[in-house]
Ligand binder design. Structure first.
Ligand code: SF4
Length: 337
């Protein structure tokens, strides 16, 4: 049975066509048809979402897995997702749910999410597939979370419209992780999308006071060459700023992409280049045990947070500062300490 929920952010055009304004694809959808993501449908000249409460996964996960490294380190977030996506990445690491339009997923209400999270988690996170597709649901979930003292975050490709991003912020979104897929040429070639939109949204996230982290999944032969990495670093400095963490994560073959996993040497080059150009907090991900999983003081080099994979082993920050040299360290922690 298809469960339809009225969609937000759309306008009616001539002849019962509707134009969706949730993401920058801005699909024009004829009556009886769906948008690019497959989760928004025009019925009788009105736009409905199939995503509302239609969840593909619900599990408690460490915040480091998102990855967020400067946002409540060591905490867990009750993490939920819907189906499908507005990006067609051929290397998708969550393809089993992102490439599926599911019309009969299990319905879970926002109230139930909050009750479950309050029993054991510090926050809620919308992730796995593109969270923007759960927009209408998030507008109800986030205010409930804030009322009960839970943090809220999203793991996104950053392709929502400005209106959608501001709407999420107003609803109570605390933090967003934006995935960068490479240069504008790569976006055009693989995704038929505008590669500057995620950077625009990174700027808006910062301006509106959200916590922001940027991730670049280094996909072999797609965006792992020096030119593409340098471009990402330069955009990060310009749009996110040198205090926003930049994660380079290792790709593994998935879905329709079979190139070998990212070479560690290339990831280390990216790390060193980003640090050399002035980004203060750079990380390598999906490389368990690598020293660049840790947080170092950008001023004196002291180890501040030690990690192994998604586990925090120790935190050595005192009242927001490096205990060795006193440098201010922008990490949001429980109790503000
Ligand atoms: S969310 Fe994006 S992809 Fe889906 S219908 Fe709206 S504009 Fe199209």
């Amino acid at each position: 049975m298809i469960v339809l929920h009225p969609a937000s952010l759309w306008e009616k055009k001539k002849g019962n066509v509707v134009k969706c304004g949730l993401c920058e694809r801005r699909c024009s959808i004829e009556e009886g048809r769906r948008g690019f993501c497959g989760m928004r449908v025009n019925q009788g000249g009105l736009l409905y979402t199939l995503s509302y409460g239609n969840l593909s996964a619900l599990e408690s996960r460490p915040i480091e897995i998102k990855p967020f490294y400067h946002f409540y380190p060591g905490s867990t977030a009750l993490t939920l997702s819907t189906y499908s996506c507005n990006f067609p990445c051929p290397w998708c690491q969550n393809w089993h749910i992102s490439k599926r339009v599911e019309e009969e997923g299990r319905f879970i209400s926002p109230e139930e999410i909050i009750r479950t999270a309050m029993a054991r988690d510090d926050g809620v996170c919308v992730s796995f597939t593109e969270p923007t597709l759960l927009y209408e649901y998030c507008l109800e979930l986030f205010p409930l979370a804030k009322k009960t003292g839970l943090y809220t975050c999203m793991v996104s490709n950053g392709y929502m419209t400005e209106e959608a991003l501001r709407g999420l912020k107003e609803a109570g979104l605390d933090a967003i992780k934006i995935d960068i897929k490479g240069t504008p040429q790569g976006y055009e070639k693989f995704l038929k999308a505008d590669g500057m939109i995620p950077w625009r949204n990174a700027r808006i996230a910062r301006e509106t006071g959200m916590h922001l982290e940027i991730v670049s999944l280094m996909v072999t032969n797609v965006n792992d060459d020096e030119e593409a990495v340098s471009w990402v670093i330069d955009q990060h400095i310009e749009n996110a700023g040198v205090d926003v963490p930049l994660h380079f994560t290792r790709y593994f073959p998935a879905y329709r992409f079979h190139a070998s996993p990212t070479e560690i040497e290339k990831m280390e080059w990216a790390y060193n280049e980003a640090r050399k150009k002035g980004i203060r907090y750079v990380y390598l991900g999906n490389v368990p045990g690598h020293r660049y999983e840790n947080t170092y003081c950008p001023s004196c080099g002291a180890v501040l947070i030690t990690r192994y994979s998604f586990q925090v082993l120790s935190i050595n920050i005192r009242e927001g500062r490096c205990p060795n040299c006193g440098e201010h360290i922008p990490v949001i922690m429980k109790g503000g300490g």
